[in-house]
Ligand binder design. Structure first.
Ligand SMILES: Cc1cc2nc3c(=O)[nH]c(=O)nc-3n(C[C@H](O)[C@H](O)[C@H](O)COP(=O)(O)OP(=O)(O)OC[C@H]3O[C@@H](n4cnc5c(N)ncnc54)[C@H](O)[C@@H]3O)c2cc1C
Length: 433
């Protein structure tokens, strides 16, 4: 593991490394192996944690790429007396990720149907390559490398510094509405109804419900409330799970009991509205550090796929039916829509359609068998699987899901490789397992 302290030192380490031996590492919040490199070198970028400049006229923020989204929110998301303030335009479900990781996976948030993915708001980035070059890349300068680096899984070099365009909102606080729905069709009705008026939308799904109840869940929508202020969320979790229990606390029984209770949590009316902080809406899992320990020593797999809008209803039903029939899955299931705001990234995951994300407690062959069935359904529908959340996709599925792969490969840095890149056949490891 290398831990460069400055952009200059990070840039200096690359030329000395063997071919296909190294990968950048941010906060390690990716669920799969995009930031893992057994037998090779990890370059931990978290010490590149300095802010460089902020222009309050344009909202342009330049920072080193080990800065986390939590750091940015703590620094800029302070409300003015009228409640207005600056915000990151796109935030994933956790704020404990680095700017470098957010760019390299081109992460998305609950407002993907309005503002696209993180990469849509990157104005420029400085990339270090193993030939010693340091290149500023943007839509107009080294634009091919810019497109390859956004969503490029760290394989084009080290991103040292980035300039992001922040947004100014009339109220940092949000107005929220949660609505219970009884079946999958109702999700699509609510989603169509909410598309224009609500910036942030997502649904929780009871993944064990089947038959007439298939796809039942809670629809959550939110939008900024002008004049309502909200303090920035903390830079670390307030609570944490201190130890790993000997067995998974997430199993068929606990999931069924939790889901039945959670689905009814809105009471007889099935609706609840409120106004308040964005923290709970955007980052529910950040409240408890180390929540992943609840899965016990065997851990869990995460799966996220997107399928095109045309057959989205039928394909989502097929995915949920396969999951319910297998009796697997967890409490953490999210269904949401991606819109047609295009990312500049060649290899970005978001595309127009419906995306389903969920965790599966690891039951070895039974879980891998289910993941392979889900993979087949997604491929048949013309969809794709998210590398940041994958540990089981086949090479064929990756190639099919990411048609720009051959163009992307022209921009690989010869020193970079990861467990994911080798598993997908993007790079072969030289002397690396
Ligand atoms: C609770 C939770 C909720 C999540 N919700 C979402 C969500 O809603 N939407 C979503 O899109 N994702 C989501 N994710 C996934 C997470 O946002 C991404 O995996 C993110 O990229 C992790 O960033 P990181 O700093 O931890 O990077 P890592 O996981 O350490 O690395 C990710 C990738 O970035 C590369 N990288 C990191 N830094 C650099 C650098 N400086 N230069 C070049 N490459 C670099 C790595 O090589 C690797 O390929 C969630 C994860 C968790 C744990």
């Amino acid at each position: 593991m290398l831990l460069p302290a400055t952009p200059d030192r990070a840039a200096a380490v690359l030329p000395g490394l063997p071919l296909r031996s190294a990968i950048a590492h941010g906060c390690g919040r990716s669920y799969g192996d995009v930031a893992l490199n057994p037998g090779g070198t990890l370059i931990d970028m978290r010490s590149l944690d300095r802010f460089v400049a902020f222009d309050a006229g344009t909202g342009l923020l330049t920072c080193e790429t080990g800065v986390t989204l939590a750091d940015i929110l703590a620094a800029i998301s302070r409300p003015a007396p009228d409640g207005s303030g600056w915000l990151l335009p796109v935030m994933p479900g956790t704020r404990f990720v680095t700017v470098g990781g957010a760019i390299a996976n081109d992460v998305h948030g609950k407002n993907a149907h309005h503002l696209g993915s993180f990469g849509c708001h990157v104005e420029a980035l400085e990339l270090a390559r193993s030939d010693g070059a340091r290149l500023w890349c943007s839509r107009t300068e080294n634009s091919d490398l810019f497109a390859a680096t956004i969503g490029g899984l760290g394989l084009t070099g080290l991103i040292l510094t980035a300039t992001l365009r922040l947004r100014h909102v009339a109220g940092l606080g949000v107005e929220t509405e949660d609505i219970r729905f009884a079946r999958l069709d109702d999700f699509f009705t609510l989603d169509a109804e909410s598309a224009d008026g609500w910036e942030y939308t997502a649904a929780w799904i009871d993944c064990l419900a089947s038959g007439d109840d298939l796809g039942r869940g809670l629809y959550m929508r939110a939008r900024h409330a002008p004049g309502v202020s909200a303090a920035p969320p903390s830079r670390t979790p307030k609570l944490s799970v201190p130890v790993t229990p000997p067995l998974s606390l997430v199993n068929g029984l606990s999931v069924r009991a939790f889901n039945a209770m959670y689905w009814r949590k809105l009471g007889p009316s099935g609706r609840k509205s409120g106004v308040g902080s964005y923290e709970k809406v955007f980052f529910p899992l950040d409240a408890i550090g180390g929540w992943n320990r609840l899965y016990g020593p065997a851990g869990f797999y995460q799966f996220q796929a997107v399928v095109p809008p045309r057959d989205a209803r039928a394909v989502t039903a097929a995915l949920l039916s396969a999951i319910a029939a297998a009796g697997q899955g967890s409490m953490l299931v999210v269904l949401k829509r991606f819109g047609d705001v295009r990312s500049p990234g060649l290899m970005s995951f978001p595309m127009p359609g419906i995306t389903l994300a969920l965790d599966f407690p690891n039951r070895d062959a039974a879980t891998l068998g289910l993941l392979s069935r889900l993979d087949a359904i997604v491929m048949e529908a013309g969809g794709r699987i998210y590398p940041a959340k994958d540990f089981s996709m086949s090479r064929g599925s990756f190639t099919q899901g990411y048609p720009a792969l051959s163009v992307f490969e022209r921009h690989l840095d010869p020193v970079m490789s990861s467990a994911f890149a080798r598993r997908m056949g993007i790079t072969e490891g030289e002397g690396i397992s």
